[in-house]
Structure formats: structure tokens, C-alpha cells
Design a protein around this ligand. Structure first.
Ligand code: 3PY
Ligand code: MG
Length: 258
């Protein structure tokens, strides 16, 4: 039995492709709209985005209200926040800059209950939001129905791909093409769609598939997301709320000025 309304892990493990929104603006109406307009999942971006803890509490519920699976990207190493947002009802976590098996282990420890990890008990908002009166169901199912994605963004992480993806409690990898392009060029360029990045995406997909886990990538355009889905990437974050807002404004201004 799944936790009611938790569908993300099952869809991904069944080999389905999940396109996700990416939300930097800390307003529930924005995150809800991304879900309501059609994204199956929405990432609340708490690494570089503008979210504080109080906003995450309402943002997670807003994504759920819009019919999507709430996921949170936490700041680097902020595994205390990772546990908290799961308690708020998040269905997935993305942790940036996971470079070693030890990093992956610390992430999994915060996200999964024993025996896999050391997550502390207290999912009161999560179970209320899911409409789950019996909290023992959450305890039994949470480890399987919460998705942990470890971000691959550095040369060290590339060297440790197998060890990271093989860490118990890590459900998949999520490649960050911007940071990885900066790392691979020794800080000289930001080129998230370069040939080098493409090569590493293909390798990451192969390693992740071999481990029976979920390959994910951040995509700057919808076309890129579709192309990478055809190359085996299963979890694709598409653009961002801000990028979509800018594109919409840019399009209108272009018409107005023509
Ligand atoms: C990256 O590309 O570095 C990311 O973190 C995606 O947002
Ligand atoms: Mg990054």
C-alpha cells in the first residue's frame, strides 16, 4: 500500500518519465499553478531560490493542492532541512553537490527511517496532508515512497558515480549541467548543453540504469527535456518559474514593439 497521494516513486520505479516544474519564487500560487497547469511534480528550489522554511510549509501543500508531487531542493549539506520538508509532506528531495559516498550516506540518513537511515519521527503535517489517519502506514511506506536524488555537479562526483548511486537510501542521480559545465571548464564557461555535458549525461544514465535507479537532469528548455527523455533520463526538471515568466514577458514585449 502506498501513502495516499504519493505517486512519484512508483511512477519513476515503473520506468515512467516524469517532467517536473521548478519553482524559485516562494509564493504558493506559483507552485500550485505549475502543478495545476500540468507538471506531475514541482521542485521548490531552496538552494538558490527565495524560499524560507515557513514558505516551504505552505509551498509543499500548494503543490499537492494543484495535483502534483512536491519535491524540495535543499541548500548544500542542509540535511536538517531535508528531514523537515519531508515532515511538511514533500515526496521527494534533491540534494546539491553530493560528491562522495559519505555525502550520499549523510543525505540518505536524513531522508530515510531505520534501518536504511536515521530520519527522526514527526511527519504530522505530511500524514495530515496525505489524508492518512494511521501514521504507522507512513512509517512502513515512507522509505519506499520518498524519492532521494543526489546531484552530480563536480569532477569528484563524476569519479564517484557508482559509489554515490550505490549508496543505500539513494534512489537516483540528478545531474546539474550548469555547475558541472563550470567544473569541467575549470571555471571558464557556463555551457550546460556542451558535448562534454552530453557525454557525462549518457554515462550517468548508463551507471544509474545499471544500479536499477533513477536518472535525472535539469533542463533549460522543454525541447532539451524531450530529447534527454529519449536518451533514457526519467526525471526531468524543465526551465523554471522565473524563466517561464521572462519568456512570456519577452514574447509579449516583442509583439508590442513590432
Ligand atoms: C545546475 O545545473 O548546476 C543545477 O543545479 C540545476 O539547477
Ligand atoms: Mg547546481
Amino acid at each position: 500500500m502506498a501513502i495516499p497521494a504519493f505517486t512519484l516513486a512508483q511512477a519513476l520505479r515503473a520506468g515512467k518519465t516524469v517532467f517536473s516544474g521548478w519553482c524559485s519564487l516562494p509564493y504558493p500560487i506559483v507552485s500550485e499553478t505549475l502543478a495545476r497547469e500540468g507538471f506531475a511534480a514541482v521542485v521548490l528550489e531552496a538552494q538558490h531560490g527565495l524560499w524560507d522554511v515557513g514558505a516551504l510549509l505552505t509551498g509543499v501543500a500548494a503543490v499537492r493542492q494543484g495535483g502534483g508531487a512536491p519535491i524540495v531542493r535543499v541548500p548544500v549539506g542542509d540535511f536538517a532541512l531535508a528531514s523537515r520538508v519531508l515532515d511538511f509532506g514533500a515526496e521527494g528531495l534533491i540534494a546539491p553537490m553530493i560528491n562522495t559516498a559519505a555525502d550520499a550516506h549523510a543525505f540518505a540518513a536524513a531522508a530515510k527511517y531505520p534501518p536504511v537511515g536515521e530520519r527522526s519521527w514527526g511527519p504530522h503535517r505530511a500524514t495530515a496532508l496525505a489524508g492518512l489517519p494511521d501514521q504507522s502506514v507512513y512509517l512502513r511506506e515512507a522509505n519506499d515512497h520518498i524519492v532521494t536524488l543526489a546531484m552530480i555537479e563536480t569532477r569528484i562526483a563524476l569519479d564517484n558515480l557508482e559509489a554515490i548511486v550505490g549508496t543505500p537510501g539513494i534512489d537516483g542521480l540528478f545531474l546539474g549541467p550548469s555547475d558541472l559545465s563550470i567544473a569541467l571548464s575549470d571555471g571558464k564557461s557556463l555551457d550546460p548543453q556542451s558535448k562534454d555535458i552530453d557525454r557525462e549525461i549518457d554515462r550517468m544514465v548508463a551507471v544509474t540504469q545499471k544500479a536499477g535507479k533513477i536518472p535525472g537532469v535539469f533542463c533549460h528548455t522543454a525541447d532539451r527535456a524531450k530529447a534527454l527523455a529519449e536518451r533514457g533520463v526519467r526525471f526531468l526538471a524543465v526551465m523554471s518559474d522565473l524563466a517561464m515568466l521572462r519568456a512570456g514577458i519577452g514574447g509579449a514585449i516583442k509583439v508590442l514593439k513590432s
